[in-house]
Structure formats: C-alpha cells, structure tokens
Design a protein around this ligand. Structure first.
Ligand code: PLP
Length: 400
C-alpha cells in the first residue's frame, strides 16, 4: 500500500513558493538574483500594530483563545464589514483563522462532498484548485483570457454551472493579474448566480485595499444582497497591513457555515496565534492613513513595471486595477531561442531561462492556469524593479 494518499497525489506543491525557494537557493550560492515571485509587500508592519502585539505579550495574552477568534477581534471585523462593505454580520457569523488561506481551506473542507464542483476562473490564485482537490471536490477551471481583461463573463459563468456546482470562487482584485471587476461587471455575474440558488459564492477580497486610479472595490454580497445568505466574504490583514507573517485571515457568512468551519479548525489547528489576533484588532480599529502611502508606492511601481515590460520585445503587459502583480503575455517570445540554446516553447521554459540566464525570478503562467504569461510581483524596491525589468528587456532582445 503506498504511503501517500491518492488525494494527496493529485495535489501539487505551491509553484510560487517553489520559485521563491529556488531564487533564494541561487542567492545563497552567490548568484545575483532578483526575486519577483513572492506575494508579499516589502513594507514593514506599521509600528502601532507591532506595539499592540508587544502589549499583548506583556499583558499575558499568550494562552489558547476561542477557536475561531477572540470577541474583540470579531467585533473589529464586524465593524470593518459594516464600515467598508455595508455588510452586517453578528458574532456567530464571523470566523478568524491562521491566514486567509486557512479560512478558505476550512470552508471548502466543511462543505465539499466527493464529486462536488467548484468553479475557479483562471488565471487563479495557485492554491484554489489544489485546496478543492484536498477537500475532495472537483475544480472546474474557466479560462478568462487577456482579451476579456482576465475576467469571467456572465456567459462563461452560466455555461460552467451544473447541478453539481457547489461554489464559485471569486477574487477581485486578482492574484495573479491584478484585474478588478467593476460594480457593473460583478452585477452581471451576480445576476447569473441569482438564477442558480444552489451555487454558493466564496469571495476572496484579500486585495480590497490595494486598488489604484480611483477603482471602486465591491464584493458580491454588497452588490447583490440577495446573495448574502449563500456568500462567504473572505479577507485578511496579510496584504493590506503588510502582516503576511502574522497569519490572520477572517470571513463573514451564514452562521451554519461558520460553525462548520469552526468544527474543522477545532480539530486541526485550534485558535490562530493569540498575539497576532491582538495585533489584528489594532490593524482594523487603528489609524488607516498609511494605506494611502502603500497605495501610492504600489501605483508608482505598477506604472513603471507596465511601461518597461511593454518595451520588452514580444511582451504585452496590461495595466491592472489593483493588488501588486502584473501578468504580461509572452506570445511574441514563443518559438524563439535564448542565447544559452533554450527554445522558448512555453512560459515555464521562459521563466526558467530568465532565472538561469538573467537572474530574475518570476512565476510562469501555467501555475495560474493561463498561458503563455508570467507573473511579476512588484512589491519590491524601485531600484530592484528597474534592474529586473532592464534584465527582462535584454533577455527578450537577445531571443532569436
Ligand atoms: C488571492 C489570495 N487569497 C488568499 C491569500 C492568502 O493570504 P494569507 O497570507 O492571509 O493566508 C493570498 C496570499 O497570497 C492570495 O493572494
């Protein structure tokens, strides 16, 4: 009998983490490598949030807490949902986990039976399909190409729904493309969902605060209140507050679902770190003015990266609405040969040759379910970005 389960064998390890690790190994071996593969802001966690964590330690808030969050954090989350999204939840409708990742995982584990389908628009965040598989469900991937701005159309959604569809996973602004759905575009999708009452919506709003050029963020239960009773609205402090290592994510949704998620968490990890929970209370309740500085820095970097990548031969780079990623197409590079002799047959050979020959680590599009593209995370210094984009331009110019 094999050691590893058949379910686990269908799952692949996170390619973004693999690429980041490869770049770190090359760096450790003395190679000059610029990493553009990690999905986290380069800013430090703001001082007032760190101070709240230090206070929590000094006050002895270092013991087990309620499984899915301390009452103070649940209250801060309820206030946030009401203030920013117009969504009213009571405390039984809030779940706090160890990062948005655990919250999504809990929800899928709590709800999927074998054969249940989950619609995942591609390009997708790398973990969605594998989380669905781990939970025993079937990911139904819907490719949303560059021509539709990497966004799913109502017709595509309608065509993907079957009697077995349990969830639609919705992510705006998106990792990996940065594409954001306007209120009208989202309404087009929620209108379809209103016609299919058996389909639930998992909205991953992780990049809510990172939107640019006046883009208006909206979330499904807000745009269509008729979906409130079958929507899980997921968010977290990782990206907006530069708190990726603290591991706090949360969700609001129907009490029965939240109770199911609590059951999963109670038998796996129990409560998220008590100290991080107090830090998250401060993140949500405290001053928010620094978010403007984060947004300005990201928007400036986005503009620079989009301009420099569009100047690279064979590369086309759309301008995203939010997050801190761009997802350029390399259609114009396919079939060419790099100076080292590698033929660029797909985005994986492109990314590998780029790393080996030019020392720039990006993530190939196949990892996100849409090719031929690559993802750049521009959450790094302006100097590193300029250097990396110049290297990409040279790499592309040298392709024959
Ligand atoms: C779209 C999306 N959802 C969820 C997460 C998970 O965030 P967390 O660090 O809170 O687990 C990420 C992190 O990369 C993400 O990009």
């Amino acid at each position: 009998m094999p050691l590893l389960s058949a379910t686990l064998n269908r799952v692949k390890p996170s390619p973004t983490i693999a690429m980041t690790n490869l770049a770190l190994e090359m760096k450790a071996a003395g190679r000059d490598v610029i990493g553009l593969s990690a999905g986290e802001p380069d800013f430090d966690t703001p001082d007032h949030i760190k101070a709240a964590a230090k206070r929590a330690i000094d006050d002895g808030r270092t013991k087990y807490t309620a499984v899915d969050g301390i009452p103070e954090l649940k209250q801060a989350i309820r206030d946030k949902f009401r203030r920013e999204n117009g969504l009213d939840y009571d405390a039984t409708q809030i779940s706090v986990g160890t990062g948005g990742k655990q919250v999504l995982f809990n929800a899928l584990t709590a709800t999927l039976d074998p054969g249940d389908e989950v619609i995942v628009p591609a390009p997708y965040w790398v973990s969605y399909p594998d989380m669905v598989l781990l939970a025993g469900g079937m990911p139904v991937v819907v490719e949303c190409g560059i021509e539709s701005g990497f966004k799913m159309t109502p017709a595509q959604l309608e065509a993907a729904i079957t009697p077995k569809t349990k969830w639609l996973i919705f992510n705006s602004p998106s990792n990996p493309t940065g594409a954001g759905y306007t209120r009208e575009e989202l309404k087009g999708l929620t209108d379809v969902l209103m016609r299919h009452p058996h389909v639930w919506v998992m909205s991953d709003d992780m990049y809510e605060h990172l939107v640019f050029d006046g883009f208006e963020f909206t979330t499904p239960a807000q745009v269509e209140p008729g979906l409130y009773d079958r929507t899980l609205t997921v968010n977290g402090v990782s990206k907006a507050y530069s708190m990726t290592g603290w591991r706090i994510g949360y969700a609001g949704g129907p009490a029965e679902l939240i109770a199911g998620m609590r059951k999963v968490q109670s038998q796996s990890t129990s409560n998220p770190c008590s100290i991080s929970q107090w830090a998250a209370v401060e993140a949500l309740n405290g001053r928010q003015d620094f978010l403007d500085d984060f947004r300005l820095a990201f928007a400036r970097r986005r503009d620079m990266v989009v301009r420099m990548l569009n100047a690279a031969e064979g590369v086309t780079c759309p301008t995203p609405d939010g997050a801190f990623y761009v997802y350029p197409s390399i259609t114009g590079c396919i079939g060419k040969t790099a100076p080292g002799g590698t033929v660029i047959t797909d985005d994986q050979t492109f990314a590998t040759a780029l790393l080996e020959q030019s020392g720039v680590a990006v993530v190939f599009g196949a990892a996100f379910g849409l090719s031929p593209n690559f993802r750049v995370s521009y959450a790094t210094s302006d100097a590193a970005l300029t250097d990396a984009c110049t290297r990409i331009q040279t790499f592309c110019a040298d392709l024959r």
